[in-house]
Write a protein of this length. Sequence first.
Length: 210
Amino acid sequence: MRLILLGAPGAGKGTQGEIISERYEIPTISTGNLLREAIRQETPLGLAAKELIEKGQLVPDEVVNEMVRERITRDDCRNGFVLDGYPRTLAQAEALDRMGANIDKVLCLQVPDEEILKRLGGRRVCESCGATYHVDSQPSSAGELCEKCGGMLVTRKDDRPETIKERLSVYHRQTEPLVGYYQAQGKLRVVEGDELVEVTTERTLRELED
């Protein structure tokens, strides 16, 4: 099963991606995580991308396309994968088609902008392993530390209010057109995101198994 998760930043793509990954035993590929790892390692790509990401802007297509092309050719993707955060533009979607990715379904998680601002404002990320929590809906049992590895939980710079608004603007302008693109291919499935993760999960799995 080869899937794409669409939706605004904070719509729940990462959470649903993890659930799908475990259920179907396929890897979740997050370009955001790939880029953040490059930033932590201070690679040339990471240094170039850092400033753009912190401003809520997009990394150039050709860079992201190459990252994804390399990732989906690894052995663990033979039985499928979940793409989270890619494609983000029509050009990226067309590039993905040219890679021969043969996407089966595209799940679009729909959440109002007001809810997105609330969700991201309370998000905390482990600076060591990247695990994600939320101060209200999914707090760490270890308080301000990660319950998985003990790392410090921090607010990412791209989760600050002014950056969130810019990210939403970029999403509506550049990524929402993908809804029509995949709808025309007959691959789009719309999932109404709920405040309760389990409700969104139930709706997501229903679309996958339909």
